[in-house]
Design a protein around this ligand. Structure first.
Ligand SMILES: [Mg+2]
Length: 253
């Protein structure tokens, strides 16, 4: 099995190294990842300048582009053969609810799916790195087991990517795996107004507080309960139920 690993935290991220370790017992791992952090770049594609991949070692490249660029380049140009799976992550932070609309981690998996490759995005739903007592290493072995299971399903669900969130608890305290739907959340005070050194107003998006609208069966509900959340996503965001209502929007003249 050939596995393409990418991420949005950059090629040097701890989470990517952990994903590689979780994936390597399952097959041949290729890494094509951004040369710097690209979190919240969503599904953006670089059109206005060329990309210059740098080969860092066998089956390993960094790209001066977005996660979507990396997956597209990997599958269509860099890898000798198409991968059997695209794996993205482990993101340093959760990707639940509306996060999936902004996430570069999820977008890398979306790009894999758009190119016809089954894909799995993995995020650690807590802080990782400086200031955190949580150590991602302990999640490598359970993640390997989960990936082994998902990649050996007799029929990986078609037109589907799996969005996995690992709860921020020690690995031995994880209570199991739950299949979930996306939750909803509300941001408060997430735009900070400041002034630049010349006294002009500037705005910094980020921070503030997040309120989750929890509900049974959501990703946030599972993660708060100490479960690994697995949410099936697809690319078609057509509001199927509204299509029927829409027939009533037109009134015959
Ligand atoms: Mg990230």
């Amino acid at each position: 099995m050939r596995l393409l690993c990418s991420n949005d935290d950059g090629v040097l991220a701890t989470g990517l190294a952990c994903l590689e370790r979780a994936a390597s017992p399952l097959g041949e791992v290729f890494v094509v990842a951004p040369d710097r952090e690209q979190s919240a770049t969503s599904h953006s594609l670089t059109l206005h300048h060329p990309l210059r991949p740098v080969q860092l070692g066998p089956r390993r490249w960094q790209v001066d582009g977005t996660p979507t660029d990396c997956v597209m380049l990997a599958i269509e140009a860099l890898m000798p053969d198409r991968p059997d799976f695209v794996l993205s992550g482990i993101n340093h932070g959760p990707n639940m609810g509306e996060d999936v609309l902004y996430s570069g981690t999820v977008a890398a998996a979306m790009e894999g799916l758009a190119l016809g490759v089954p894909s799995i995005a993995v995020s650690f739903a807590g802080r990782q790195g400086a200031g955190s007592a949580m150590d991602l290493d302990q999640h490598v072995e359970p993640l390997c087991a989960l990936l082994r299971h998902l990649t050996s399903l007799p029929a990986f669900p078609p037109d589907t990517l799996l969005n996995v969130n690992i709860p921020p608890v020690p690995a031995q305290e994880i209570r199991g795996i739950k299949l979930t739907r996306l939750g909803r959340r509300v941001f408060s005070d997430s735009i900070a107004r400041m002034t630049d050194p010349w006294g002009k107003p500037i705005f910094w998006i980020g921070g503030g507080s997040v309120t989750w609208t929890e509900g049974a069966g959501t990703d946030i509900d599972a993660v708060r309960g100490g479960y690994v959340s697995v949410t099936p996503l697809h690319l078609d965001i057509t509001h199927q139920a509204r299509l029927e209502d829409a027939a009533k929007w037109w009134i015959d003249p």
